[in-house]
Write a protein of this length. Structure first.
Lengths: 430, 414
């Protein structure tokens, strides 16, 4: 590890050169081919065999909505033909001239066109509740985004946290137990506190004992799974009253929740969804526009420079990792207090890891990881919707899609992601 | 002067021995395991309800109750994993072959449980040596199981001597394929293998769900489970029921030797280890980083794939959803425990296998949830990874040269 530490700058430049080359030569063509491919799939798979006069109905009000909105009806054949043409044109332009720094924007547009065409095709002759779909995507994105925020806090300060999953589980368990014993708010606080404790544990292992941080994270994952399953099997199953914390009710924001379409999507949830939005904003501002955030990031990028300027590197890291743990504990509480209303063994089902992927996907930025989390949530809710619509694509493949997309993103096709430079390296004062 | 030094050394021979002992990593490992088991016992005592009911009347009795609970738990654990001595003696005196087999069964069952751990631990350990953290052993185990069960079901009319190795090879190839992708991505694009192998895990789970509901599904069953494999693809068992001890255990030991030989006795292995411990030196020496990274990850995947194949061909004879139950993740802990050395991995795998098998009995007899095994594993892993904790508790000396078996880097860069 020390050798890797010393030769860090050299390795960095090598990678950067590779990336630059990659961007200049291959990336433009790859993008162009992707756009053309999207157009081809829209035309060949979705449009060609469709009856030109068939209709697709998009319901714009979710079940039990406060306000009624008229359905949006389209004729998929002509609409999708136009969309396929646009996508092909964008691909041709990309290959011929290239969009350069706007490439990702165009990629987003093509992706949106593709998803919309897919939905129009899947729901052709039937109806699809598109507002309900977006709402569930958002709700499913909540634990993923919170997990990613936890990772961002830790990793921006230079400590890798792959223990998010374990922290979430412990938070979920503590929330359920304490919530049942007292009330739901105390349960939430206890979940956050348990997360802080595990964060501190990770910090002590990684900072004080200089353990390999990926291994400390693995310890937390195994420990979190073991402890919660152990106590759940030993006590919660025997005394059911210890596992009945209740749930936070849906809170319709007065006025705003009455807005058609936007209201049910954003303003008719429980506190976890609102808290996620608040955390995203607060963290973005704090990390990138305050002295506190600058210090935290400098510790993660170049601890020696930060130290020279009088910033206490290890104390900053302790603080950041503990805060990250609290965020994971809060994310865990979502499962028991915000969603299910009881604790089940291993109920997070790998969402901590997906949160980690969302963090990387979102380039260690709160807003980016929210969009990444929403993408994962979207694939998840779409999979359940499609099985109702009888689409000939197996839901398993749709559920695979976000993982494949993450790998593609990580491979630098969409643009290189930049991790904090000093991540995973314990700081030693010389 | 030299005489005086020699005299001094002689005088302190015991002290020197003690010092060496306290510096050795074996002492550290044993103390880590011991401390983990001790803390596990404390946890059992603290979660025994009787302790609290008796505490009001007499605290001393409460402590006794707690210690007894912990003791009973570990007795159940060890008789569950090794067999009960009294039962073995009785069975041998009785002379009934079936009873003897039943008495020895716990021991052999522990070996059966250890086998996938050996493969999985070797997979992760080989990755560590090449500087790669293969957190995706779980997914590779699934893919290995899928490919080997496919070979086991659909290849017909082959003699066992060809069919069994072919099915094993299919498992290894499947795992290798699942390891190749993140290895290639790491080498070519720098995408960190931890995230990529986690993603590959989920893709593998979904793929196995899909295949078990369609292509591989046993048409006679309602649950997603594959048809049984051909008789000729089964790894031979050595004893009659209920002992499930099979050939796979020796295949695993053989693979441990192969990994040892490859890593430490061949040029290939030297290159793999150099790339792992110092990629810049390796590059400077003209070694091909890309090839070695891809090779290392594929080999690691192949070993994990064998773990899946072993379970399918030796134990279950078919494939069910979620059959692996965390072998891949436990393998990380035991590779570290075994210091990423094949021999260490085999010993650690035996420990984990015995713990896991004993835990089943422990749950039945002492009412302690099987999940305590995960807690023990996490504690032991923490102590192994942070040896300073153990050194502080037992006042051990710090070794002069730190031996670094694990050379994985975070995704920040090289």
């Amino acid at each position: 590890m020390t050798t890797a530490n010393k030769s860090l700058p050299k390795g960095k430049t090598v990678i950067n050169n590779q990336e630059k080359e990659y961007e200049n030569l291959t990336r433009r063509r790859v993008m162009g081919v992707i756009f053309l491919l999207a157009a081809a799939v829209i035309w060949a798979v979705f449009v060609r065999d469709l009856d030109p006069n068939i209709l697709t109905v998009f319901n714009m009000a979710p079940g039990g909505a406060v306000v009624d909105v008229a359905d949006w009806i389209i004729k998929p054949y002509p609409v999708m033909s136009v969309l396929a043409f646009i996508s092909a044109a964008l691909g041709a332009y990309q290959l011929a001239r290239g969009f350069h720094h706007r490439t990702n924007l165009v990629l987003g547009l093509v992706a949106a066109i593709f998803v919309f065409s897919f939905l129009s095709w899947a729901a052709a002759g039937k109806s699809l509740n598109i507002v309900g779909l977006i709402t569930t995507s958002l709700v499913k994105a909540v634990p993923l985004t919170l997990g990613a925020l936890s990772g961002i806090l830790c990793e921006r300060s230079g400590v890798v946290n792959i223990g998010i999953e374990g922290m979430m589980l412990v938070g979920a368990f503590t929330g359920a137990l304490v919530g049942s014993l007292t009330n739901i708010w105390v349960g939430l606080l206890a979940a956050v506190a348990s997360g802080a404790l595990l964060g501190l544990f990770l910090a002590v292992l990684s900072i004080k004992y200089k353990t390999n941080q990926i291994i400390s994270g693995t310890v937390i994952n195994i420990l979190g799974t073991g402890l919660t399953s152990f106590f759940s099997a030993k006590f919660l199953q025997k005394y059911q009253e210890l596992n009945n914390p209740g749930r936070f009710p849906t809170w319709n924001i007065p006025g705003l929740s009455k807005i058609p379409v936007v209201g049910p999507i954003f303003f008719s949830h429980n506190i976890f969804v609102y808290a996620t939005f608040i955390f995203i904003i607060v963290l973005t501002v704090a990390l990138f526009y305050t002295r506190w955030g600058l210090r935290l990031r400098s510790v993660g990028e170049h601890p020696k420079a930060a130290d020279t300027l009088g910033i206490n590197v290890n104390r900053t890291r302790y603080m950041a990792v503990t805060l990250g743990g609290m965020m994971s504990g809060f994310a865990g509480a979502y499962f028991t207090l915000g969603s299910v209303g009881r604790f089940d063994e291993v109920m997070t089902a790998g969402r901590g890891f997906i949160g980690l992927a969302a963090m990387i996907f979102g380039n260690w930025h709160p807003v980016g990881s929210f969009f990444a989390g929403t993408l994962f949530g979207f694939a998840d809710s779409l999979a359940s919707k499609l099985s109702i619509l009888n689409v000939p694509i197996p839901s398993e493949f749709l559920l695979m899609a976000p993982y494949v997309v993450t790998m593609v993103v990580l491979a630098g096709v969409v643009g290189s992601s930049h991790a904090p430079a000093a991540e995973g390296v314990p700081y030693e004062k010389e | 002067m030299s005489e005086a030094t020699a005299k001094e050394t002689k005088q302190n021979a015991f002290q020197v021995f003690w010092e060496e002992l306290s510096k050795s990593s074996l002492t550290l490992t044993i103390l880590a395991i011991f401390t983990g088991l001790l803390l596990g016992g404390v946890l059992v005592a603290l979660t025994t309800e009787e302790v609290y009911t008796t505490f009001r009347t007499s605290p001393w009795q409460a402590i006794q109750t707690g210690v007894r609970a912990a003791w009973n738990t570990y007795v159940a654990l060890f008789t569950g994993s090794l067999g009960s001595p009294s039962k073995i003696v009785d069975a041998i005196q009785g002379g009934d072959p079936a009873a003897i087999r039943r008495a020895f069964n716990p021991f052999f069952e522990s070996l059966v449980q250890s086998t996938p751990y050996i493969f999985g631990g070797l997979a992760v350990a080989l990755g560590f040596r090449v500087g790669l953290f293969n957190i995706g052993a779980e997914g590779q185990i699934f893919i290995g199981a899928i490919t080997s069960v496919t070979a086991g079901i659909f290849l017909r009319g082959l003699p066992a001597i060809i069919h069994v190795p072919l099915a094993l090879l299919a498992g290894a190839a499947g795992g290798a394929m699942w390891g190749f992708v993140p290895g290639w991505l790491k080498a070519k694009t720098g995408g960190h293998e931890v995230i990529n192998t986690i993603m590959m895990n989920y893709i593998a789970f979904r793929l196995s769900e899909y295949l078990l509901n369609n292509f591989l599904k046993d048409p006679d069953k309602f649950v997603p489970i594959s048809a049984p494999i051909q008789e000729s693809a089964r790894l031979p068992r050595f004893f009659a029921a209920p002992i499930r001890f099979h050939m796979g255990f020796f295949v695993a030991l053989g693979m441990a030797w192969v990994v040892y030989w490859l890593l430490f006795k061949t040029t290939w292995g030297f290159e793999l280890r150099t790339v792992g411990s110092n990629p810049h030196a390796a590059r400077y020496a003209g070694m091909n980083i890309v090839r070695n990274t891809v090779l290392g990850m594929s080999l690691s995947g192949a070993l994990a794939g064998l773990a899946g194949a072993n379970e399918v061909l030796g134990v279950n004879y078919n494939l069910a959803v979620a059959f692996s139950s965390g072998y891949g993740f436990d393998s990380i802990a035991l590779a570290l425990l075994g210091k990423s050395h094949p021999l260490g991995v085999v010993l650690a795998a035996l420990l984990f296998g015995f713990l896991r098998n004993g835990a089943v009995q422990m749950q039945l007899r002492a009412g302690i949830p099987i999940d305590i095994i995960s807690i023990l594993q996490a504690l032991i892993l923490a102590f192994i990874a942070a040896p300073a904790i153990i050194r502080t508790i037992y006042r051990l000396k710090t070794p002069d040269v730190a031996d670094e078996e694990v050379t994985i880097r975070s995704w920040g860069g090289q």
